[in-house]
Design a protein around this ligand. Structure first.
Ligand code: NAD
Length: 354
């Protein structure tokens, strides 16, 4: 059966990708996830019973286990989402970021190389290793200019440094061993199932609850936002159409300051929840001490993927944000189980689901 192996498929982007792939493609998807605090089986509730979705709890750092999975399921592609992904956590404790993002990606590449070398010539030709990365590897921009695929790497946080190291290993495995590697660097994602430590879900949930909306520094840091399903659509195109060894930047051409994002969320929450006693929600905005080394501006030039693969985002920031706020307002059980920590307590002791 046509199979792909996805790592980190219980996280934010991974769970959206799993759902999108199963909807668009007929084959089987094996989902390997360690279920850290960021991994949540609730985010896969509607696809856990799908016979084409095989969930395996495991660590990408466990090379022999990954190698065994590859042998058992014989995928034609690996899509690597598994990572520690939160910049603030990387500042407080970088070791886990080195372990999963660098060592984990290396072990995955090693297992893939070993597996790939035993494939037939046709299978080798078709095989892809897609490493999903971030625009943060490029460092910070001034008020003008864009990150292109040629921009030199200049990571500034332990998170982006660990992702940069992983990207370099992925690239080197193509250059040195010929492994058909693809690397994508995407701007900030937002959408359903994002863990509420990240800016957009945090602000939505705090706005609903009447809690302060903490904005770093002067709120003028700029990020380039992309709706998560548009990212998933881009990844599917890269997997199916890109030449081995290619790198693609992915972004929505949608720069907003953090303060603009928070005001936009407040405006939607005010409109959708006229019953809230603390409206307008913007009065909850509180400026807090800036993150150390906070990058000022990220902006992606996505013209290569648009030109070569015909990718176009389908959501604007306004439509995507409205969908996202509505999703958080409607999915109160998911939110309650994440914020109370119940989603973690109930899954301890879980092994392979199928
Ligand atoms: P996330 O933190 O929501 O999810 C990460 C997932 O990886 C979780 O399910 C976690 O359990 C799993 N995981 C962590 N360590 C693991 C390990 N050792 N073995 C197996 N699974 C492990 O992250 P996300 O926001 O969905 O990001 C996914 C990927 O996309 C990351 O590689 C990230 O760097 C990249 N990315 C994210 C964004 C963004 O805006 N969120 C933008 C560009 C790129």
């Amino acid at each position: 059966m046509d199979t792909i192996l996805v790592t980190g498929g219980a996280g934010f982007i991974g769970s959206n990708f799993v759902r999108y792939w199963l909807r668009e493609e007929p084959g089987r998807l094996v989902n390997l996830d360690k279920l850290t605090y960021a991994g949540n089986l609730d985010s896969l509730a509607d696809v856990l019973d799908d016979p084409r979705h095989v969930f395996v709890q495991g660590d990408i750092c466990d090379g022999p286990m990954v190698r065994q999975l590859l042998e058992e399921f014989r995928p034609w592609a690996i899509v690597n989402f598994a990572a520690e992904s939160h910049v603030d956590r990387s500042i407080d404790g970088p070791a886990e970021f080195v372990q999963t993002n660098v060592v984990g990606t290396f072990r995955l590449l090693e297992a893939a190389r070993d597996y790939w070398s035993g494939l037939s010539a046709d299978e080798k030709e078709r095989f892809r290793f897609l490493h999903v990365s971030t625009d943060e590897v490029y460092g910070s921009l001034g008020p003008t200019g864009y990150f292109t695929e040629e921009t030199p790497y200049a990571p500034n946080s332990p998170y982006s440094a660990s992702k940069a190291a992983a990207d370099h290993f992925a690239r080197a495995y193509h250059h040195t061993y010929g492994l058909p590697v693809l690397v994508t660097n995407c701007s900030n994602n937002y959408g359903p199932y994002q863990f509420p430590e990240k800016l957009i879900p945090l602000m939505i949930l705090n706005a609903v609850e009447g809690k302060p909306l903490p904005v770093y520094g002067d709120g003028q840091n700029i990020r380039d936002w992309l709706y998560v399903e548009d990212h998933c659509r881009a990844l599917r195109l890269v997997l199916k159409k890109a030449k081995p060894g290619s790198e693609y930047n992915i972004g929505g051409n949608c720069e907003r300051t953090n303060l603009q994002v928070v005001h936009a969320i407040c405006e939607i929450v005010d409109r959708l929840r006229p019953d809230l006693p603390h409206r307008p929600c913007s009065q909850l905005i509180t400026f807090v001490q800036d993150r150390p080394g906070h990058d000022r501006r990220y902006a992606i030039d996505a013209s290569k993927i648009r030109r070569e693969l015909g990718w176009e985002p389908q959501e604007t920031f306004e439509t995507g944000l409205e969908r996202t706020v509505r999703w958080y307002l409607e999915n109160t059980t998911w939110v309650e189980r994440v914020t109370s920590g119940k989603y973690r307590r109930e899954r301890l002791g879980l092994g392979r689901l199928k």
